[in-house]
Design a protein around this ligand. Structure first.
Ligand SMILES: C[S@@+](CC[C@H](N)C(=O)[O-])C[C@H]1O[C@@H](n2cnc3c(N)ncnc32)[C@H](O)[C@@H]1O
Ligand SMILES: [Zn+2]
Length: 340
């Protein structure tokens, strides 16, 4: 952890400032990455450890579903192949953020996983805070040692240990629906954006009412989905129902067993037509294993419509909303600017 991160932090206990205490080493330069030590809340004096270079700004967790979701993501990202050549293209497409807008900006990757998109945002010129609840962040923490503008924080997005209004850009890719309350997590994350700053969020989608599904913005290659909206709506609803039935069982399995099932699904994912019955059609086998595991294992996985997400953006004081075009399965993604 670099000392330059401290002014952006807030304690998870009372939201007060944090100060360094019990440092394992003396930081000679601002960019020095402190590996061991502690931070103390200036209000109530609670202490939070810095371990393996990461400030651990979390309260004790007792909810078994949150613990399983957290550990499931730590398990999955530890086995993910690593950064992929398409990461930058996918990141810019899904966040709808312009590549030229990152230079010199303070950016939050809210739910960074192993940090594939934190690294992209940094390479575009931003100073990045990568935050996650799970140990998945140990992979990006290893990278952060060598980069003064990359910071890693362990924290809960329902109680983010960061200063309100501190960030020029906040993005959260496929994360908030894995918390126990998507809307509460959205509200907490949106408060971290500066007036005039940008927020980009995408969530897992659902069919919703036909009237809403029918106005989903489709990518140009939307093909038959565009001309057969009613059939597409039925397929998406049925797929969601089947997935929920499967997850009733798989989210209760030990993670290693879900992992074995994910391997079987990844093999099926190479077969024509049959692949659409699995949860990943990615060309890389290892990525398919992880994407299947990602779908079947974490207990928390909610689905939302673009109307719900748009309502949350508007209620939180964001405007100029841009809705993400997608394929058959709705992917509610919105980029907005905080009114200033
Ligand atoms: C599907 S992964 C997405 C990771 C990353 N955004 C990406 O696209 O590579 C979801 C991430 O959300 C994190 N997560 C779940 N609940 C969280 C919470 N309450 N606070 C912070 N992170 C959370 C998980 O640990 C996991 O790394
Ligand atoms: Zn406190």
């Amino acid at each position: 952890m670099k000392t330059t991160l401290v002014p952006h932090l807030a304690s998870p206990c009372c939201g007060a400032d944090l100060k360094m205490s019990r440092l394992g080493e003396f930081p000679r330069v601002e960019s020095h990455d402190i590996q061991e030590g502690a931070l103390q809340c200036v209000a109530c004096k609670s202490e939070y450890p810095i371990r393996e270079g990461v400030p651990r700004l979390v309260l004790e967790q007792r909810d078994r579903r949150v613990i399983k979701t957290r550990d499931s993501f730590a398990f999955e990202w530890a086995r993910y192949p690593g950064s992929l050549p398409e990461d930058e293209r996918v990141f810019l497409e899904e966040t709808q953020l312009p590549a030229a807008g990152f230079k010199g900006k303070l950016v939050l990757d809210a739910g960074c996983g192993m940090g594939r998109y934190s690294v992209v945002a940094m390479s575009l010129g931003a100073e990045v805070v990568a935050l996650d609840l799970s140990e998945s962040l140990s992979r990006v923490a290893a990278v952060a040692k060598d980069y003064p503008k990359l910071h890693v924080v362990q924290g809960d997005l329902l109680k983010p240990p960061l200063k309100a209004g501190a960030f020029d850009i906040v993005y959260s890719q496929g994360v908030l629906h894995h918390t126990s309350d998507t809307h509460a997590a959205f509200t907490a994350v949106s408060a971290l954006v500066k007036p005039g700053g940008s927020l980009s969020v995408w969530l897992y989608g659902k069919a919703g009412r036909f009237a809403d599904f029918a106005t989903n913005p489709l990518r140009i290659e939307g093909g038959w989905t565009a001309s057969h909206r009613r059939a597409a709506w039925v397929i998406v609803g049925a797929r969601h129902f089947i997935s929920d039935c499967i997850r009733l069982f798989t989210t209760r399995l030990p993670m290693r067993l879900s992992y074995v099932i994910s391997w079987a699904l990844a093999f099926l994912g190479a077969l024509p037509f049959i692949k659409y019955l699995t949860f990943s059609v990615h060309p890389d086998f290892k990525v398919r294993v992880i994407e299947n595991f990602d779908w079947i294992s974490p207990p928390f996985q909610y689905h939302h419509t673009k109307e719900e997400l748009r309502g949350w953006f508007e209620a939180a004081g964001f405007s100029g909303l841009k809705v993400l075009p997608h394929g058959l399965v709705p992917k509610p993604g919105i980029l907005g600017r905080r009114d200033g």
